[in-house]
Write a protein that binds this ligand. Structure first.
Ligand SMILES: [Ca+2]
Ligand SMILES: [Ca+2]
Ligand SMILES: [Ca+2]
Ligand SMILES: [Ca+2]
Length: 245
């Protein structure tokens, strides 16, 4: 029995290695393939940046294996193109080349403007998407399925926010609500009377509900805080997909 268990354990350890033909020349926990093509570390060197931590452990703990300082990959920008190493890995761009597709535009600029940093053809854009999680009271925004950020919201009380898949149908810097207040940075949801907007302002100037973020208290709209509302408003285009669940 014990022999069989040992055999099975060995089989499970050996199989993935055989199946994927993983080669890790310097035995640092990162395959040569990942070192060369993704992390841009030295496949012959256990500790590429010479900080005392091996490449595999740094990557596993999200630290940059290319920076001898204790810096996370999401805070390191090796090629100074405005896109962090962590984001480059998610977008599959080259973290040692500031212009992966060689079209004259930096990776970071392309991502910030929604263009495809892996396509040399001018003007090719990546798909944008918004996801609202009513249970967690959050709004996340994605470019090409890579999450760029997440903000707290306040949705409708008593399940008044409609669930489903929609599109953003219109934008307005400041919209007037039938409930008698201003809704800054309004983003209308197609086929619905509700939208996304900044915490509303009463005609007397009172800003409602700073402490409501994280709690469903609106009439059905999805409220964002001061700051995040502007970010989302500027980022969104008419036609951007939004799913509310
Ligand atoms: Ca290696
Ligand atoms: Ca290191
Ligand atoms: Ca790059
Ligand atoms: Ca480019």
């Amino acid at each position: 029995m014990r022999k069989l268990v040992v055999f099975i354990i060995i089989l499970f350890i050996a199989l993935p290695v055989l199946a994927n033909n993983i080669v890790d020349t310097d035995n640092d926990g990162l395959s040569d393939e990942l070192e060369v093509n993704l992390y841009k570390t030295d496949p012959q060197k256990v500790d590429t940046d010479g900080d005392g931590y091996n490449d595999g452990d740094e990557v596993k703990n999200n630290y940059s294996p290319l920076n001898p300082k204790k810096v996370k990959m999401k805070d390191n920008d090796y090629d100074h193109d405005g896109l962090s190493d962590g984001m480059e890995i998610k977008f599959k761009t080259d973290l040692t080349n500031s212009d992966t597709d060689g079209d004259g535009y930096k990776d970071g600029d392309e991502i910030n403007k929604g263009y495809d940093p892996l396509n040399k053809t001018f003007g090719v854009k990546l798909a944008k998407k918004i996801e609202v999680n009513l249970k967690q009271q959050t709004l996340s925004y994605f470019l090409s399925n890579v999450k760029l950020g997440e903000f707290l919201v306040s949705s409708g009380k008593n399940n008044t926010t409609p669930k489903g898949n929609f599109k953003i149908s219109n934008k307005s810097i400041k919209a007037w609500s039938p409930y008698g207040l201003w809704m800054p940075y309004w983003l209308g949801i197609e086929g619905q009377k509700f939208g996304i907007h900044e915490l509303p302002i009463w005609p007397n100037g009172y800003r409602e509900g700073q402490d409501h973020l994280g709690k469903p208290v609106s009439h059905g709209c999805i409220r964002l805080g001061v700051g995040p509302a502007k970010i989302i408003y500027n980022w969104i285009e008419k036609g951007t997909k939004i799913s509310i669940n």
